[in-house]
Design a protein around this ligand. Structure first.
Ligand SMILES: [Zn+2]
Length: 443
């Protein structure tokens, strides 16, 4: 049960970001009841901090949180300590698992018809996994352009995928409507702040690990930096820290509404290959700006041409991150060049999502494309047998190679034997193959 601090209205299921009276809602706890020594006796992970999480009857968990905390080599060159919080090592490969465990556990009694989320990819993949774990249906509203690896996860976890609009902003309202119409539990952080409680546990872990002076956070919708801010503010309220670490929001120059507002620059809202940062009208912009200003942090804008550099620099540390996370490295370099840091600073880079998910463009062709994709397309038209497939392929190929592809596609569960006629074996797409193709073919 959560109460509006201004008008006293109560919210028990979906807790919107704003009360109907206009006040922004924030979930608060009995801070006097928190005993940090208890945390230390529990295993690592989101639920270690359960006194500062919403009460739930049953925890749906895949052991999220408690992610590796690594000292970065680059700190030696820069002259201060740099650490990486490796959120790629969550169950589905992104920090959104922290959101999913809390919102699915909390929402379970309200989710008889299933859960829904609007997402650019990571939150959808997370929800798909946690809903599967909970035995509930997951509906995910994602924009037309979404990283293929994330789609592959949603498909594998059996989510109902709804492609809608150009950027995630447009999906948010649509998810809210669908939730209302179909009685689904909406876990989109812009529609329901419950998941932010999970995300804020990054702050608790960082405090236990190093008590940082600066935290650099890739920023798209703003919900991550705002959650981390909320976490540190609660630590402050508990008297565990004397001041907040400076929070630094990183965006890309092609899409920078939050950073532009903080820095007083002209706003851009175009497509970037860091898809997770492509949020044109971030609903949590105010929260993100507050997080930066109240913590006396700053914002950094990274060029599109620096994304590969970021990927390589993290790779040199042994971490494969998606572009939307790789921005932290060029941001660190920029600030270091500007003399922003001092000796003795403890700077944390939050690496939010795995590079395995960013499977698009050339990576896509490498994984499942070329001939296999062509075969899937042929089979989407009609059932065909081996020779027929071979004869229909545009690129010349040895006959034997077709059978190799068919075996591999069968092993991937994308095609199956439809029927046999004489010695001819006819193949067709499986449901999984059809969905994969549909999603790969979407513009
Ligand atoms: Zn109110």
């Amino acid at each position: 049960m959560f109460t509006c601090p201004r008008c006293g209205r109560e919210y028990s299921s979906v807790i919107p970001p704003f009360c109907v009276c206009g006040e922004s809602l924030e979930i608060r706890y009995d801070y006097s009841a928190v005993d940090v020594r208890k945390w230390r006796r529990r295993e690592k992970g989101v639920w270690r901090y359960k006194e500062l999480l919403p009460p739930v009857r049953r925890i749906v968990s895949l052991r999220e949180g408690g992610t590796p905390f690594i000292k970065a080599k680059i700190g030696e060159k820069l002259g201060f300590d740099v650490f990486i919080k490796d959120e790629t090592r969550n169950p589905t490969g992104s920090f959104r698992d922290r959101l999913a465990t809390v919102s699915v556990s909390y929402g379970l009694p309200y989710a008889g018809n299933g859960f829904i989320v609007a997402s650019d990819g990571n939150a959808a993949a997370s929800l798909a996994a946690y809903a599967a774990r909970a035995g509930r249906e997951a509906f995910v509203v994602v924009p037309k352009k979404v990283d293929k690896g994330k789609l592959a996860q949603m498909i594998a976890f059996g989510a109902r995928i709804i492609r809608y609009g150009e950027s995630v902003d447009e999906c948010i309202e649509y998810a809210k409507e669908l939730a209302k119409l179909n009685g689904l539990y909406d876990v989109t952080p812009e529609n329901n702040v419950i998941g932010l409680e999970g995300q804020k546990t990054i702050a608790f872990e960082l405090w236990e690990e190093v008590n940082p002076t600066h935290v650099i956070v890739p920023t798209g919708s703003g919900s991550n930096i705002y959650s981390i801010y909320k976490g540190f503010r609660e630590l402050f309220e508990l008297d565990l820290i004397g001041e907040l670490p400076r929070l630094i929001a990183v965006q890309v120059d092609r899409c920078n509404p939050i950073a532009a507002e903080i820095l007083g620059l002209k706003k851009n809202c175009g497509l970037t290959k860091a898809l997770g940062l492509f949020v044109k009208e971030p609903v949590m912009k105010e929260g993100a700006v507050e997080a930066v200003k109240k913590s006396e942090g700053t914002a950094v804008i990274v060029g599109e041409d620096e994304l590969d550099l970021g990927e390589r620099m993290l790779a040199a540390e042994g971490i494969f991150a998606e572009y939307a996370s790789a921005v932290v490295m060029p941001a660190l370099l920029k600030l270091a060049e500007d003399g922003y840091f001092e000796r003795g600073d403890r700077v944390v880079l939050v690496v939010t999502g795995s590079g395995l998910k960013g499977w698009s463009g050339e990576r896509e062709r490498f994984s499942i494309g070329g001939t296999k994709l062509e075969i899937l397309r042929l089979l989407a038209e009609k059932e065909m047998y081996g020779y027929e497939i071979w004869a229909s392929l545009e690129r010349p190929l040895k006959y034997q190679a077709v059978y190799q592809h068919m075996r591999e596609l069968e092993a991937l569960g994308l095609v199956e034997v439809a029927f046999k006629r004489g010695r001819r074996v006819y193949y067709r797409l499986t449901e999984k193959g059809r969905r994969l193709l549909e999603n790969l073919e979407a513009p």
